[in-house]
Design a protein around this ligand. Structure first.
Ligand SMILES: Nc1ncnc2c1ncn2[C@@H]1O[C@H](COP(=O)(O)OP(=O)(O)OP(=O)(O)O)[C@@H](O)[C@H]1O
Length: 516
């Protein structure tokens, strides 16, 4: 039975972390708000939209705010209700006593304040841009639905499977296009995991240009955010595909079973580093070979699904390789994301680098490893890991995952040359990089690193210019969040994929089987 008593809830003070305290004050000043409680409410609201709370301990050495200032006595019931509903719907820690409530408020305040502060910085500290990004999020299709719910995951790994029935918009689409002066006939439609693909016959081919210019109006006419509808060439002359996003309650999440089916079902070619990105608009597998790529940047705003995407890449490799053919070098300045891999038998140096000096040492050692491999190749008369393997030299691939590139580059100027060197030269030595950042800006991703990391994954970003930094084109600013991504490989057009929803228990399960 719940031990929450409204009088107790109302008379309590709620304490935040030191970091959230600092950002709350910074945001109050920068946004010109009167009280820290206003920022705290914004932060808690922001965090409520970000999915399950991570299971980490958060300090309580920040400021305390009385309940009546934090929420007001009229609204506190609604806030507690929201916190509880979010905990239940994300399968987060459910609370029924004062300590649980205090922890939930502290965790949301902490996570939301950090997210808002990051978003403020990514908006170039420009008030309009910041507010525009916040509003744009709320204009996206209804994400408050249940796609993260296991019920939406197709246990057989087959897709598409609908949860709530998807609405057929053929008539609305035809009418909206007619109003834009474009006559069409919808031939049929296919309900994909998150979007419905309408196969449309253009009555007059000359209207194609007009249609491409009217995507934004068409999106708005369908009551969606600007530009979220995508138009592409169809499979017959005069036919085009119009992909229309649906409300989240009709999405089919891509479950771990889908990744396992691919990993265990396909050929285990040890000369490939196959990564499973997810499924495309119509539900087919989207994959890439990192060995050919040869290095990858994963960029996206906070909460867009970067960490989940990195887990799906790491698990793809672990499921197809044995420790003898693969080592993982993990660098995680955020300190928590890779913790579940700490006991992997094929962890490079047997540790996860979470501190800057440790990360620099690991990267230095990787450069030495690369040079040592090239000397060995010279002696063997070969020039790549593949040829060395043919001559019996069985070196493992080393894949380096860096969770938050910007943190490393900003905190130690000696790190950039090491990453640049690996990006330039490590490929033939069998060392590959996967770099993630939530700050896709020119400072983080420029120069030698940029020109030597040709494969890119963009999850949702705030602006077209952030999308261009990652992909060299816009588009990621109109993605749907929650692991929706654009994958761009050298010389190929960008492909859309909806990522695998990997949960912590999936990681723990798969990691426990490695090497057995
Ligand atoms: N493929 C997916 N399918 C469904 N939901 C997803 C998927 N990927 C991510 N999500 C949802 O988005 C939330 C945030 O994902 P994730 O933690 O990976 O974001 P992030 O970009 O790493 O954020 P941060 O930079 O703040 O760590 C998840 O908790 C989950 O609810």
């Amino acid at each position: 039975m719940s031990q929450l008593d409204i009088q107790q809830v109302l008379s309590a003070r709620y304490v935040t972390s030191q970091e959230a305290d600092k950002h709350t004050d910074q945001l109050r000043q920068n946004l010109g708000l009167d009280t820290k409680a206003q920022v705290a409410r914004l932060a808690i609201g922001r965090s409520l939209a970000m999915g399950k709370l991570p299971d980490i301990k958060i300090d309580s050495s920040g400021m305390a705010i009385p309940a009546t200032s934090l929420f007001s006595s009229e609204n506190i019931g609604a806030w507690v209700g929201l916190l509880l509903t979010q905990a239940i719907s994300t399968e987060g820690p459910i609370f029924d006593n004062m300590d649980g409530l205090r922890n939930a408020i502290r965790a949301h305040w902490h996570r939301g304040a950090i997210a808002l502060w990051e978003e403020w910085k990514s908006s170039d500290e420009n008030y309009e841009k910041f507010i525009e990004a916040l509003i744009r999020r709320s204009e996206m299709p209804d994400f408050a639905g249940t796609a993260d719910d296991p019920a939406n995951v197709d246990g057989q790994g087959k897709s598409p499977v609908q949860v709530e029935e998807a609405q057929d918009l053929s008539a609305t689409l035809t009418k909206a296009l007619d109003e834009l002066g474009i006559k069409v006939q919808v031939k049929n439609s296919l309900v994909g995991p998150r979007l419905t693909r309408y196969r449309v016959l253009l009555m007059n081919l000359a209207d194609l240009g007009k249609l491409n210019r009217s995507v934004s109006q068409l999106s708005l006419a369908l009551n969606l955010g600007a530009n979220v509808v995508a138009v592409s060439n169809g499979d017959e002359s005069k036919t085009i595909f119009i992909d229309v996003p649906r409300p989240k309650s009709t999405w089919t999440a891509v479950g771990i079973e889908r990744l396992q089916e691919w990993a265990y079902g396909g050929t285990k070619d040890v000369n490939q580093l196959a990564l499973y990105a997810g499924v495309d608009v119509t539900g087919n597998d989207v994959t890439l070979d990192l060995a050919a790529a040869p290095h990858l940047l994963v960029g996206g705003t906070t909460g867009s699904g970067k960490s989940v995407c990195l887990h799906s890449f790491i698990l793809s490799l672990l499921m197809r390789h044995k420790p003898e053919t693969l080592q993982l070098a993990l660098i995680d300045p955020k300190q928590v994301e890779f913790a579940a891999y700490a006991k992997l038998p094929n962890l490079y140096r047997g540790e996860i680098a979470t501190e800057i000096p440790q990360s620099r040492e690991m990267l230095t050692e990787l450069v030495i490893e690369m040079d040592t491999r090239y000397s060995a190749f010279n002696k063997l008369g070969v020039s790549s890991i593949g040829d060395a393997r043919k001559k019996g030299q069985n070196l493992p691939y080393i894949v380096v995952f860096i969770e938050e590139l910007a943190d490393l580059l900003m905190q130690d100027e000696n790190i950039e040359p090491l990453i640049a060197r690996l990006a330039q030269k490590a490929r033939a030595a069998g060392i590959h990089l996967v770099l993630a950042t939530q700050r896709p800006d020119a400072k983080t991703f420029s120069g030698l690193i940029r020109s030597n990391i040709p494969a890119r994954v963009a999850l949702t970003v705030r602006t077209g210019s952030e999308s261009r930094i990652i992909l060299d084109e816009t588009g990621a600013d109109n993605l749907l969040g929650s692991g929706d991504m654009l994958l761009r490989l050298p010389g190929e057009p960008a492909k859309r994929a909806h990522g695998v929803f990997v949960r912590l228990e999936n990681v723990v399960n798969i990691v426990s089987g490695v090497g057995k």
